[in-house]
Write a protein that binds this ligand. Structure first.
Ligand code: NAD
Ligand code: UFG
Length: 331
Protein backbone atom coordinates (compact mmCIF):
# COMPACT_ATOMS: atom_id res chain seq x y z
CA UNK A 1 0.00 0.00 0.00
CA UNK A 2 1.02 3.61 -0.47
CA UNK A 3 0.74 5.13 2.98
CA UNK A 4 0.74 8.79 3.88
CA UNK A 5 2.44 9.22 7.25
CA UNK A 6 1.70 12.59 8.84
CA UNK A 7 4.23 13.58 11.50
CA UNK A 8 6.45 10.87 10.04
CA UNK A 9 9.73 12.40 11.21
CA UNK A 10 8.60 12.50 14.85
CA UNK A 11 9.34 9.97 17.57
CA UNK A 12 6.70 7.32 16.85
CA UNK A 13 6.33 8.29 13.18
CA UNK A 14 9.98 7.65 12.30
CA UNK A 15 9.87 4.18 13.87
CA UNK A 16 6.66 3.43 11.99
CA UNK A 17 8.24 4.52 8.70
CA UNK A 18 10.90 1.84 9.27
CA UNK A 19 8.30 -0.84 9.98
CA UNK A 20 6.24 0.16 6.92
CA UNK A 21 9.27 -0.13 4.66
CA UNK A 22 10.24 -3.45 6.27
CA UNK A 23 6.72 -4.66 5.46
CA UNK A 24 7.08 -3.59 1.80
CA UNK A 25 4.74 -0.62 1.94
CA UNK A 26 5.52 2.63 0.14
CA UNK A 27 5.48 5.73 2.30
CA UNK A 28 4.95 9.43 1.74
CA UNK A 29 5.92 11.57 4.72
CA UNK A 30 4.49 14.95 5.65
CA UNK A 31 5.95 16.93 8.53
CA UNK A 32 6.46 20.64 9.17
CA UNK A 33 9.48 19.93 11.43
CA UNK A 34 7.79 21.68 14.38
CA UNK A 35 9.06 18.96 16.71
CA UNK A 36 11.47 17.04 14.49
CA UNK A 37 14.43 17.58 12.27
CA UNK A 38 15.39 17.00 8.66
CA UNK A 39 18.29 14.96 10.03
CA UNK A 40 15.80 12.21 10.87
CA UNK A 41 14.92 11.97 7.17
CA UNK A 42 18.59 11.77 6.24
CA UNK A 43 19.14 9.01 8.80
CA UNK A 44 16.04 7.11 7.60
CA UNK A 45 17.22 7.28 3.99
CA UNK A 46 20.65 6.00 4.94
CA UNK A 47 19.40 3.29 7.27
CA UNK A 48 16.75 2.04 4.84
CA UNK A 49 18.83 2.67 1.74
CA UNK A 50 15.93 4.63 0.22
CA UNK A 51 15.08 8.07 -1.03
CA UNK A 52 11.85 8.56 0.87
CA UNK A 53 9.27 10.94 -0.48
CA UNK A 54 9.01 13.83 1.95
CA UNK A 55 6.98 17.03 2.03
CA UNK A 56 7.96 19.75 4.47
CA UNK A 57 4.42 21.01 4.74
CA UNK A 58 2.36 22.59 7.46
CA UNK A 59 -0.91 20.69 7.35
CA UNK A 60 -2.67 23.84 8.56
CA UNK A 61 -2.14 25.16 5.02
CA UNK A 62 -4.68 23.05 3.17
CA UNK A 63 -3.60 24.25 -0.29
CA UNK A 64 0.01 23.22 0.28
CA UNK A 65 -1.18 19.99 1.87
CA UNK A 66 -3.42 19.21 -1.12
CA UNK A 67 -0.32 18.92 -3.30
CA UNK A 68 0.57 15.72 -1.41
CA UNK A 69 -2.73 14.10 -2.39
CA UNK A 70 -2.57 15.45 -5.94
CA UNK A 71 0.90 14.06 -6.55
CA UNK A 72 0.49 10.68 -4.88
CA UNK A 73 -2.06 7.95 -5.13
CA UNK A 74 -2.57 7.49 -1.40
CA UNK A 75 -4.24 4.26 -0.21
CA UNK A 76 -4.24 4.88 3.52
CA UNK A 77 -3.12 7.41 6.12
CA UNK A 78 -1.35 7.01 9.46
CA UNK A 79 -1.98 10.25 11.30
CA UNK A 80 0.67 11.08 13.92
CA UNK A 81 1.01 14.83 13.39
CA UNK A 82 0.02 17.02 16.30
CA UNK A 83 1.26 18.77 19.41
CA UNK A 84 1.60 16.55 22.48
CA UNK A 85 2.72 18.51 25.56
CA UNK A 86 -0.02 18.16 28.16
CA UNK A 87 1.22 21.06 30.35
CA UNK A 88 1.55 23.45 27.43
CA UNK A 89 -1.96 22.53 26.28
CA UNK A 90 -3.32 23.78 29.61
CA UNK A 91 -1.47 27.10 29.16
CA UNK A 92 -2.27 27.49 25.45
CA UNK A 93 -5.50 25.60 24.72
CA UNK A 94 -6.23 27.42 21.45
CA UNK A 95 -2.85 26.46 20.03
CA UNK A 96 -3.74 22.82 20.62
CA UNK A 97 -7.30 22.98 19.32
CA UNK A 98 -6.15 24.96 16.31
CA UNK A 99 -3.34 22.63 15.33
CA UNK A 100 -4.47 19.17 16.41
CA UNK A 101 -8.09 19.48 15.37
CA UNK A 102 -7.48 21.91 12.49
CA UNK A 103 -4.96 19.70 10.71
CA UNK A 104 -7.13 16.64 11.22
CA UNK A 105 -10.09 18.38 9.61
CA UNK A 106 -7.89 19.44 6.69
CA UNK A 107 -6.65 15.87 6.37
CA UNK A 108 -10.17 14.42 6.44
CA UNK A 109 -11.39 16.95 3.86
CA UNK A 110 -8.57 15.96 1.52
CA UNK A 111 -9.17 12.28 2.14
CA UNK A 112 -12.79 12.83 1.12
CA UNK A 113 -11.79 14.85 -1.95
CA UNK A 114 -9.31 12.21 -3.10
CA UNK A 115 -11.43 9.24 -2.11
CA UNK A 116 -9.01 7.92 0.53
CA UNK A 117 -11.01 5.81 2.96
CA UNK A 118 -8.55 4.36 5.45
CA UNK A 119 -6.98 6.05 8.44
CA UNK A 120 -5.07 4.98 11.55
CA UNK A 121 -5.21 7.60 14.27
CA UNK A 122 -2.82 8.10 17.22
CA UNK A 123 -5.02 8.44 20.25
CA UNK A 124 -3.94 8.12 23.85
CA UNK A 125 -4.72 6.40 27.13
CA UNK A 126 -5.35 9.90 28.38
CA UNK A 127 -8.89 9.71 26.91
CA UNK A 128 -9.93 7.35 29.74
CA UNK A 129 -11.57 8.69 32.85
CA UNK A 130 -9.50 7.90 35.93
CA UNK A 131 -10.62 4.48 37.04
CA UNK A 132 -10.27 2.45 40.21
CA UNK A 133 -10.94 -0.61 38.10
CA UNK A 134 -7.88 -1.72 36.18
CA UNK A 135 -6.75 -2.79 33.63
CA UNK A 136 -8.48 -0.40 31.24
CA UNK A 137 -10.51 -1.96 28.45
CA UNK A 138 -11.64 -0.06 25.38
CA UNK A 139 -15.23 0.24 26.56
CA UNK A 140 -14.45 1.88 29.91
CA UNK A 141 -15.71 5.42 30.61
CA UNK A 142 -13.97 8.26 28.82
CA UNK A 143 -13.18 11.65 30.29
CA UNK A 144 -10.33 14.07 29.87
CA UNK A 145 -8.71 16.63 32.13
CA UNK A 146 -6.68 18.77 29.75
CA UNK A 147 -6.98 20.33 26.27
CA UNK A 148 -4.45 17.93 24.72
CA UNK A 149 -6.54 14.96 25.83
CA UNK A 150 -9.69 16.73 24.66
CA UNK A 151 -8.25 17.08 21.14
CA UNK A 152 -7.78 13.28 21.08
CA UNK A 153 -11.31 12.65 22.26
CA UNK A 154 -12.82 15.15 19.82
CA UNK A 155 -10.90 13.61 16.91
CA UNK A 156 -12.07 10.13 17.91
CA UNK A 157 -15.65 11.46 17.82
CA UNK A 158 -15.15 13.18 14.45
CA UNK A 159 -13.95 9.86 13.00
CA UNK A 160 -17.00 8.09 14.43
CA UNK A 161 -19.32 10.69 12.86
CA UNK A 162 -17.74 10.23 9.43
CA UNK A 163 -17.83 6.44 9.70
CA UNK A 164 -21.51 6.64 10.62
CA UNK A 165 -22.48 8.16 7.28
CA UNK A 166 -19.83 6.60 5.04
CA UNK A 167 -19.88 2.84 5.33
CA UNK A 168 -16.73 2.54 3.21
CA UNK A 169 -14.73 4.74 5.58
CA UNK A 170 -12.44 2.75 7.88
CA UNK A 171 -10.72 4.16 10.92
CA UNK A 172 -8.48 2.32 13.35
CA UNK A 173 -8.05 4.29 16.55
CA UNK A 174 -5.01 3.23 18.57
CA UNK A 175 -4.92 4.37 22.19
CA UNK A 176 -1.25 4.32 23.08
CA UNK A 177 -0.15 3.86 26.65
CA UNK A 178 3.37 5.14 27.49
CA UNK A 179 5.82 4.71 24.61
CA UNK A 180 9.47 4.79 25.65
CA UNK A 181 12.78 3.41 24.37
CA UNK A 182 14.37 3.87 20.99
CA UNK A 183 15.30 1.91 17.90
CA UNK A 184 17.86 -0.81 18.80
CA UNK A 185 20.15 0.52 16.03
CA UNK A 186 20.70 3.61 18.20
CA UNK A 187 19.91 6.09 15.42
CA UNK A 188 16.27 6.93 16.12
CA UNK A 189 14.63 7.92 19.36
CA UNK A 190 12.94 10.73 21.19
CA UNK A 191 14.66 14.03 20.50
CA UNK A 192 14.35 16.54 23.31
CA UNK A 193 14.93 20.23 23.22
CA UNK A 194 15.12 21.69 26.70
CA UNK A 195 14.13 20.04 29.95
CA UNK A 196 11.89 17.03 29.37
CA UNK A 197 8.59 16.47 31.15
CA UNK A 198 8.21 12.75 30.76
CA UNK A 199 9.87 10.15 32.92
CA UNK A 200 12.24 8.29 30.59
CA UNK A 201 13.51 11.38 28.73
CA UNK A 202 14.26 12.89 32.15
CA UNK A 203 16.03 9.78 33.44
CA UNK A 204 18.37 9.63 30.43
CA UNK A 205 19.37 13.26 31.00
CA UNK A 206 20.19 12.45 34.63
CA UNK A 207 22.18 9.41 33.46
CA UNK A 208 24.10 11.68 31.09
CA UNK A 209 24.86 14.09 33.92
CA UNK A 210 22.94 16.92 32.27
CA UNK A 211 20.39 16.99 35.10
CA UNK A 212 21.37 16.44 38.71
CA UNK A 213 18.64 14.12 39.95
CA UNK A 214 15.18 12.82 39.13
CA UNK A 215 12.22 14.25 40.97
CA UNK A 216 9.83 11.42 41.79
CA UNK A 217 6.41 13.04 41.84
CA UNK A 218 4.82 11.60 44.98
CA UNK A 219 5.19 8.35 46.89
CA UNK A 220 1.80 8.40 48.57
CA UNK A 221 -0.34 6.98 45.78
CA UNK A 222 -2.32 3.84 46.39
CA UNK A 223 0.11 1.74 44.31
CA UNK A 224 2.61 -1.05 45.01
CA UNK A 225 5.29 1.31 46.35
CA UNK A 226 3.38 4.60 46.47
CA UNK A 227 4.84 6.00 43.22
CA UNK A 228 2.94 6.38 39.93
CA UNK A 229 2.36 3.25 37.86
CA UNK A 230 2.16 3.25 34.06
CA UNK A 231 2.07 0.79 31.18
CA UNK A 232 5.32 1.43 29.28
CA UNK A 233 5.65 0.05 25.75
CA UNK A 234 8.76 -0.08 23.56
CA UNK A 235 8.38 2.33 20.65
CA UNK A 236 9.31 -0.40 18.13
CA UNK A 237 6.52 -2.64 19.43
CA UNK A 238 4.17 0.33 19.17
CA UNK A 239 5.31 1.01 15.59
CA UNK A 240 4.62 -2.62 14.69
CA UNK A 241 1.05 -2.28 15.98
CA UNK A 242 0.43 0.08 13.04
CA UNK A 243 1.44 -2.63 10.57
CA UNK A 244 -1.06 -4.97 12.20
CA UNK A 245 -3.67 -2.22 11.99
CA UNK A 246 -3.02 -1.80 8.25
CA UNK A 247 -3.77 -5.51 7.81
CA UNK A 248 -6.98 -5.07 9.77
CA UNK A 249 -8.35 -2.72 7.09
CA UNK A 250 -8.99 -5.80 4.99
CA UNK A 251 -11.44 -7.40 7.37
CA UNK A 252 -12.40 -4.79 9.93
CA UNK A 253 -15.61 -2.93 10.41
CA UNK A 254 -16.00 0.83 10.09
CA UNK A 255 -14.39 1.91 13.34
CA UNK A 256 -12.06 -0.10 15.50
CA UNK A 257 -10.53 1.05 18.75
CA UNK A 258 -7.57 -0.71 20.34
CA UNK A 259 -5.48 -0.18 23.44
CA UNK A 260 -1.82 -0.54 22.64
CA UNK A 261 0.20 -1.34 25.74
CA UNK A 262 1.84 -4.34 27.35
CA UNK A 263 -0.75 -4.83 30.07
CA UNK A 264 1.89 -4.54 32.78
CA UNK A 265 2.28 -1.57 35.08
CA UNK A 266 5.65 -0.39 36.42
CA UNK A 267 6.12 2.15 39.19
CA UNK A 268 8.55 5.06 38.96
CA UNK A 269 10.87 3.33 41.46
CA UNK A 270 10.75 0.13 39.39
CA UNK A 271 11.68 2.10 36.28
CA UNK A 272 14.66 3.63 38.10
CA UNK A 273 15.72 0.19 39.31
CA UNK A 274 15.38 -1.38 35.84
CA UNK A 275 17.25 1.49 34.22
CA UNK A 276 20.12 1.05 36.68
CA UNK A 277 20.14 -2.69 36.02
CA UNK A 278 20.07 -2.28 32.22
CA UNK A 279 22.76 0.39 32.06
CA UNK A 280 24.85 0.10 35.23
CA UNK A 281 24.30 3.81 35.84
CA UNK A 282 23.00 5.05 39.19
CA UNK A 283 20.05 7.44 39.02
CA UNK A 284 19.92 9.79 42.01
CA UNK A 285 16.38 10.82 42.89
CA UNK A 286 14.36 12.78 45.42
CA UNK A 287 10.75 12.25 46.36
CA UNK A 288 8.87 15.51 45.82
CA UNK A 289 5.21 16.60 45.79
CA UNK A 290 2.74 14.97 43.41
CA UNK A 291 2.60 16.58 39.95
CA UNK A 292 -0.68 18.37 39.47
CA UNK A 293 -3.04 16.52 37.13
CA UNK A 294 -1.28 13.13 37.57
CA UNK A 295 -3.16 9.97 38.31
CA UNK A 296 -1.78 7.18 40.52
CA UNK A 297 -2.05 4.19 38.29
CA UNK A 298 -3.08 3.12 34.83
CA UNK A 299 -2.35 0.17 32.62
CA UNK A 300 -4.05 -1.47 29.72
CA UNK A 301 -5.89 -4.58 28.92
CA UNK A 302 -4.59 -5.09 25.37
CA UNK A 303 -6.39 -8.38 24.75
CA UNK A 304 -8.54 -6.90 21.97
CA UNK A 305 -5.45 -5.96 19.93
CA UNK A 306 -3.96 -9.36 20.66
CA UNK A 307 -7.07 -11.20 19.56
CA UNK A 308 -8.19 -9.13 16.58
CA UNK A 309 -4.89 -7.72 15.31
CA UNK A 310 -2.68 -10.59 16.38
CA UNK A 311 -0.58 -7.97 18.14
CA UNK A 312 1.96 -8.89 20.79
CA UNK A 313 4.93 -7.11 22.26
CA UNK A 314 8.46 -8.39 22.02
CA UNK A 315 10.49 -6.00 24.15
CA UNK A 316 10.61 -6.00 27.94
CA UNK A 317 11.33 -3.20 30.38
CA UNK A 318 15.11 -3.80 30.38
CA UNK A 319 15.19 -3.45 26.57
CA UNK A 320 13.19 -0.22 26.82
CA UNK A 321 15.67 1.22 29.35
CA UNK A 322 18.72 -0.06 27.48
CA UNK A 323 17.58 1.28 24.10
CA UNK A 324 16.54 4.67 25.50
CA UNK A 325 20.03 5.08 26.96
CA UNK A 326 21.77 3.70 23.89
CA UNK A 327 20.12 6.42 21.79
CA UNK A 328 20.73 9.22 24.29
CA UNK A 329 24.42 8.48 24.78
CA UNK A 330 24.99 8.42 21.02
CA UNK A 331 23.51 11.92 20.54
P1 NAD B 1 6.28 13.96 17.92
O1 NAD B 1 6.10 15.36 18.38
O2 NAD B 1 7.63 13.37 18.02
O3 NAD B 1 5.75 13.79 16.42
C1 NAD B 1 4.69 14.56 15.89
C2 NAD B 1 5.17 15.14 14.57
O4 NAD B 1 4.09 15.94 14.00
C3 NAD B 1 6.37 16.08 14.73
O5 NAD B 1 7.43 15.64 13.89
C4 NAD B 1 5.84 17.45 14.31
O6 NAD B 1 6.84 18.22 13.66
C5 NAD B 1 4.67 17.07 13.40
N1 NAD B 1 3.64 18.12 13.30
C6 NAD B 1 3.01 18.77 14.31
N2 NAD B 1 2.14 19.67 13.81
C7 NAD B 1 2.22 19.59 12.46
C8 NAD B 1 1.59 20.28 11.38
N3 NAD B 1 0.73 21.29 11.60
N4 NAD B 1 1.89 19.92 10.09
C9 NAD B 1 2.79 18.93 9.86
N5 NAD B 1 3.43 18.26 10.83
C10 NAD B 1 3.16 18.59 12.13
O7 NAD B 1 5.22 13.06 18.74
P2 NAD B 1 5.16 11.48 18.93
O8 NAD B 1 5.59 11.18 20.31
O9 NAD B 1 5.80 10.82 17.79
O10 NAD B 1 3.57 11.27 18.88
C11 NAD B 1 2.91 10.98 17.67
C12 NAD B 1 1.41 11.01 17.93
O11 NAD B 1 1.10 10.06 18.97
C13 NAD B 1 0.88 12.36 18.40
O12 NAD B 1 -0.38 12.57 17.83
C14 NAD B 1 0.74 12.16 19.89
O13 NAD B 1 -0.25 13.00 20.44
C15 NAD B 1 0.35 10.70 19.99
N6 NAD B 1 0.69 10.09 21.28
C16 NAD B 1 1.96 10.18 21.75
C17 NAD B 1 2.28 9.64 23.01
C18 NAD B 1 3.68 9.76 23.55
O14 NAD B 1 3.85 9.57 24.75
N7 NAD B 1 4.69 10.03 22.74
C19 NAD B 1 1.29 8.99 23.76
C20 NAD B 1 -0.01 8.90 23.24
C21 NAD B 1 -0.29 9.45 21.99
N1 UFG C 1 7.31 11.16 36.72
C1 UFG C 1 8.19 11.46 37.76
N2 UFG C 1 9.18 12.37 37.51
C2 UFG C 1 9.34 12.97 36.29
C3 UFG C 1 8.43 12.65 35.24
C4 UFG C 1 7.42 11.73 35.50
O1 UFG C 1 8.06 10.94 38.87
O2 UFG C 1 10.25 13.80 36.15
C5 UFG C 1 6.25 10.15 36.96
C6 UFG C 1 4.85 10.67 36.78
O3 UFG C 1 4.38 11.26 37.97
C7 UFG C 1 4.10 9.41 36.38
C8 UFG C 1 5.14 8.61 35.58
O4 UFG C 1 6.39 9.13 36.00
O5 UFG C 1 3.74 8.67 37.52
C9 UFG C 1 5.00 8.75 34.07
O6 UFG C 1 4.99 10.12 33.73
P1 UFG C 1 5.12 10.62 32.21
O7 UFG C 1 5.12 12.11 32.25
O8 UFG C 1 6.28 9.95 31.56
O9 UFG C 1 3.82 10.03 31.50
P2 UFG C 1 2.27 10.31 31.80
O10 UFG C 1 1.65 8.97 32.03
O11 UFG C 1 2.06 11.34 32.83
O12 UFG C 1 1.79 10.94 30.43
C10 UFG C 1 1.97 10.23 29.22
C11 UFG C 1 2.10 11.20 28.04
C12 UFG C 1 0.80 11.92 27.78
C13 UFG C 1 -0.31 10.95 27.66
C14 UFG C 1 -0.36 10.04 28.87
C15 UFG C 1 -1.41 8.99 28.74
O13 UFG C 1 3.08 12.16 28.32
O14 UFG C 1 0.91 12.61 26.57
O15 UFG C 1 0.90 9.39 29.02
O16 UFG C 1 -1.18 8.24 27.60
F1 UFG C 1 -1.47 11.65 27.57
Amino acid sequence: MKILITGGLGYIGSHTVIECINSKHTVVIVDNLYNSSIKVLEKLNKFLNKDLKFYKTDMQDIDAFEKVFKENNIDAVIHFAGYKAVGESVEKPLKYYDNNIGITINLLKLMERYNVKKIIFSSSATVYKESKILPLTENMPLGVTNPYGRTKLIIEEILQDIAYVDKNFKAVILRYFNPIGAHPCGLFGEENNGIPNNLMPYIVKVAKGELEYLRVFGNDYNTKDGTGVRDYIHVVDLAKAHIKAIKAFEFSKNINIYNIGTGTGYSVLEIIHNFEKATGIKIPYKIVERRSGDIGENYSNSDKAKKELNFSTKYGILDMCHDAWNFEKGK
